[in-house]
Design a protein around this ligand. Sequence first.
Ligand code: HEC
Length: 104
Amino acid sequence: MKYLSLLLISAAFTFVACKKQNKHNPVCDGSTPTYNSTISSIISSNCVSCHSEYGSYAGLSATFSDGSFEKEVLTDQSMPRNGELSNAELNTIKCWVENGFPEN
Ligand code: HEC
């Protein structure tokens, strides 16, 4: 009986541990990042390993014209898959999105 409850407790912990971490709440800090100044380096270190087409502004632009960039990165925070952006990176991206994805 003792053994069974231990088993149940550890199963419960495993379940909690596997849930996706809390989402960040990105807030623009008022900075005005551009693709060339800041965003391209975040994208190349976190996205291009899986999405080689995002290695250029033109390649990435399809994802912001159809809204999928904002959805995946800021709203759902499901990208980068197998990773996580820092608060600072998300805040920077938030400003960039609010400012309309400036290239430079
Ligand atoms: C480990 C691999 C991996 C990384 C890293 C990754 N992605 Fe993805 N991404 C995927 C896969 C696989 C899909 C398609 C399946 C899905 O939607 O889950 C996808 C889908 C997407 C989509 C939806 C558009 C579409 O074509 O379906 C967007 C937008 C996106 N990723 C953006 C990004 C951005 C921006 C980053 C970096 C912040 C990133 N991804 C990092 C693997 C990755």
